[in-house]
Design a protein around this ligand. Structure first.
Ligand SMILES: *[C@@H]1O[C@H](CO)[C@@H](O)[C@H](O)[C@H]1NC(C)=O
Ligand SMILES: *[C@@H]1O[C@H](CO)[C@@H](O)[C@H](O)[C@H]1NC(C)=O
Ligand SMILES: *[C@@H]1O[C@H](CO)[C@@H](O)[C@H](O)[C@H]1NC(C)=O
Length: 507
């Protein structure tokens, strides 16, 4: 009986001593309470390191008999504290439900003195006060950490689809009353506008676009001046590129209509993807199924050869999980219509009309003659081609008043919009037969050669004739001739010379 009471007494004394030691530890600042904030869904680390002073005292080597016990004080459900995780001397670990799968300490904790508790992922109900008791030799060190949880709630839940209203809200486990909530998108404070209206601290986006995706941060300010913030990476399921894309294709060429998701479906945890193209034309429905694996987010429709009849609106529908999103794509076909059907003869007036099946009204047209001379392969703008009678190079109609050989080759009509070149169509101009005065170049060359030869022969005959005439007159009296030259006025001789010259030229 006395022995039993002695044992009980000793036990109580030991417990009281230990409790006193913990309190002393707190007083010394070894277990100063810390506060850690984490967003629900992310991970949190509740720090607890054995102080370096203690480490050096034990010679940088933790004593063999070291253990750690993490407890939680009064969770929301039950008031009494309960064990979260325990690592015994032997390294044996114990964890209790419901946090069992989400809590850990480093494997080497007992050797390096890092007893920090990692919670991954954090849940909103994890908020509360935690305490670690590290026992080594006869000492106990305590770490107290308050975990605060910020919850960002997205409704409807992911995946968020473009143009479907969404609400982002933010709350925290902080007990003071909330004064204001500010929202930042990619680091910028969101202005209060029609698109982003903030009510009761929540952020509402009526028509979310792909551009609204990215990092959103809520900043909560409380009456006790505590400021808490959390970031959320918002992904919006939609399509890349403009809202109502128009694809311009030349008649006779291939066209690819784009349909590309903003994210890989796997980013939304979905591998079930089905893409379907359809077109309502002339009262009947055409459709195409696009099979693509989940590592691709692009589902283009390939049309091998388009004509004006293929122009119009096409719809791409992509199903990701239970959601189906659609995008309309317009195919506009560019054609060239010549005013002369069939072969074009030289000298005739030709109009080339460039037209678009689905004009939006702001398109500009430009005509170019693609130079066929190989040494100058660069494109020559029609205006630089000294072609007479060409009025409009920038309108949809190209007018050639008199078609000539210089105009043969490829003409290109390009269409420009405010965003740049949209598309182009080519027209090959072939000229047949001579219609008017000027003979073909190769023939006129032969004529010129013949004429030159005839003239040359005539000249030779004249020179020969003159030489014979001179020889017949001069050799008889050369001295007399000289005297005559003295007595007779020089004019006569000049006149004679001139006569000769005239004769020569007359030849
Ligand atoms: C301590 O351990 C935690 C995980 O349990 C880790 O996140 C942290 O970086 C560690 N600290 C140091 C200083 O190694
Ligand atoms: C914050 O909101 C979420 C979702 O509505 C809720 O589960 C959680 O309990 C709330 N947290 C606090 C501290 O009010
Ligand atoms: C999925 O598509 C990509 C690109 O089209 C291709 O590289 C990849 O091999 C495909 N994977 C499977 C499993 O078919």
């Amino acid at each position: 009986m006395t022995l039993a009471s002695l044992v009980l007494f000793l036990t109580f004394t030991l417990l009281a001593f230990n409790a006193g030691h913990i309190l002393r530890g707190v007083a010394e600042g070894e277990s100063r309470e810390q506060k850690v904030w984490a967003r629900a869904g992310s991970s949190a680390v509740l720090p607890c390191h054995l102080s370096p002073r203690k480490m050096s005292k034990s010679g940088k080597q933790l004593p063999d008999k070291t253990s750690v016990l993490w407890k939680r004080h009064g969770g929301s459900a039950h008031q009494e504290s309960h064990m979260v995780l325990e690592v015994g001397y032997s390294g044996l670990r114990k964890m209790s439900l419901p946090m069992r799968p989400r809590v850990s300490v480093q494997d080497s904790a007992l050797h390096n003195g890092n007893f920090s508790l990692r919670i991954d992922p954090v849940r909103s109900e994890d908020a509360g006060l935690y305490e670690a008791q590290v026992a080594y030799n006869t000492d106990i060190q305590s770490c107290q950490v308050e975990l605060g949880v910020v919850t960002v709630t997205l409704s409807p839940p992911s995946p968020v689809v473009e143009n479907e209203p969404l609400l982002l809200s933010c709350n925290s486990s902080h007990r003071a009353s909330l004064v204001e909530t500010c929202w930042f998108h990619n680091g910028h404070l969101v202005p209060t506008s029609r698109t982003f209206c903030s009510l009761h601290g929540a952020l509402s986006i009526l028509r979310p676009a792909v551009s609204d995706a990215g990092s959103w941060r809520c900043q909560l300010r409380y009456s006790d001046n505590e400021i808490i913030s959390a970031t959320y990476n918002l992904q919006i399921l939609g399509f890349d590129g403009p809202m109502n894309p128009v694809v311009y294709a030349a008649a006779g060429s291939a066209a690819d209509l784009p349909c590309t998701l903003s994210y890989l479906p796997s980013a939304f945890g979905s591998n079930v993807v089905a893409a379907h193209w359809s077109r309502l034309a002339g009262g009947h429905l055409q459709d195409w199924d696009i099979s693509q694996n989940s590592s691709s987010r692009s589902f283009p429709l390939h049309l091998p050869e388009v004509g004006p009849g293929d122009a119009g609106q096409y719809r791409c529908a992509v199903s990701v999980g239970s959601k189906t999103i659609t995008r309309d794509v317009t195919l506009a076909v560019v054609t060239v219509t010549p005013s002369i059907q069939g072969p074009v003869s030289e000298g005739s007036r030709l109009l080339l009309i460039c037209s678009l099946t689905h004009p939006r009204g702001h398109e500009r047209f430009q005509w170019k003659h693609l130079d066929s001379v190989p040494t100058n392969s660069k494109l020559a703008v029609a205006t630089s081609h000294n072609l007479e009678g060409q009025r409009s190079q920038t309108g949809p109609t190209l007018e050639i008043l008199q078609v000539s050989q210089k105009d043969t080759g490829t003409w290109e009509c390009s269409i420009y919009g405010p965003e740049g070149r949209l598309g182009a169509v080519e027209y090959g101009l072939h000229i047949t037969g001579a219609q008017v005065s000027s003979p073909p170049a190769i023939f006129s060359g032969q004529v010129t050669f013949g004429l030159t030869l005839t003239l040359f022969l005539l000249l030779m005959v004249c020179v020969l004739a003159l030489a014979l005439q001179k020889r017949a007159r001069s050799p008889a009296f050369p001295a007399l001739e000289g005297m005559v030259a003295v007595t007779v006025p020089r004019k006569k001789e000049v006149q004679e010379n001139q006569k000769e010259k005239i004769q020569q030229t007359e030849c």
